[in-house]
Design a protein around this ligand. Sequence first.
Ligand code: FEC
Length: 305
Amino acid sequence: MSERTTVLLMAYGTPRTRDEILPYYTDIRRGRPPTPEQLNDLAARYEAIGGLSPLAQRTEAQRARLHAALDERRPGGFDVVLGLKHADPKIEVAVDAISDPRIVGLVLAPHYSAFSIGQYHERAGTAAAAKGIAFTGIDSWHLEPAYLDFLATQVRAQLAVLPAATKVLFTAHSLPERILASGDPYPDQLQQTAAAVAARAGLSAWSQWGLAWQSAGRTPEPWIGPDILTVIEDLAVSENAAGVLVCACGFVADHLEVLYDLDIEAARRATAKGLAFARTACVNDDPTVFAALADRVVAAADALH
Ligand code: FEC
């Protein structure tokens, strides 16, 4: 039997052409097509960031980086394939093409929620079980030191060129409030990442940093808050802040939710309120972070033997 392990690297996915926006949006909405207004609104957001999202290229660069780091550690011991949540190749299709006896699942999102990493792993685990392949998933990596150091370096560099009274806001994608009833660890994990990065960046007082949620879905049910736009408004009126620095630690690549929701929408709100605005760079395919993730994958693969 082959000793090789396949790493199923999972990410959200994005349309690769304008024609793919409708099927992509329909998939996110679990098969319910969007109204023409909703579709136009999403297409306009892609248009505003240059036509489409760079997420497909970023995810492929992350895959290549992880594969290279694994090859350095165990030459030829790992294949790395992509499995996407809402675009091709979907997670199930990717698993179906795997012939190695073991799969390690890694999601390109640091914080565990049953609605996020939990769903990726459930889909991958079910597909692997149907083929008799052993599967293990890495549940979260929100306190990985290389990731915390990457973000802290970004925070320090940006604060050096922003007004002294700048507040750092750590953000992640909001989720429906009903996840809280089941004790989902997602909000606590965001808090832990933020506190660890703040400590590394030398931010001590709560007045220097805080948490906010972003990109809540356009659905009638309540989503976790406070929303970043509200926090920016509150900062402008109730605290003596001169600037806001957003560290979108819940995301690890440049994509719509960063390039539109933060760089356009949140930046516009901050500027309108007289606040300086900046955002820290995303991890993308940073070699140090992916070296650390490769170590996590090797350990998970060894535990599967
Ligand atoms: O660049 C791109 O093209 C892709 C950007 C993108 C990322 C992303 C990440 C996450 N989402 C998460 C949860 C939800 C839930 C809903 C939802 C809806 C959307 C819509 C778009 C979209 N998301 Fe997303 N998300 C991205 C894009 N997301 C577009 C639909 C229009 C809208 O509401 O803006 C609500 C679904 C529903 O209607 O039931 C829930 C989470 C993440 C980050 C972690 C992960 O990868 O899972 C959580 C990137």
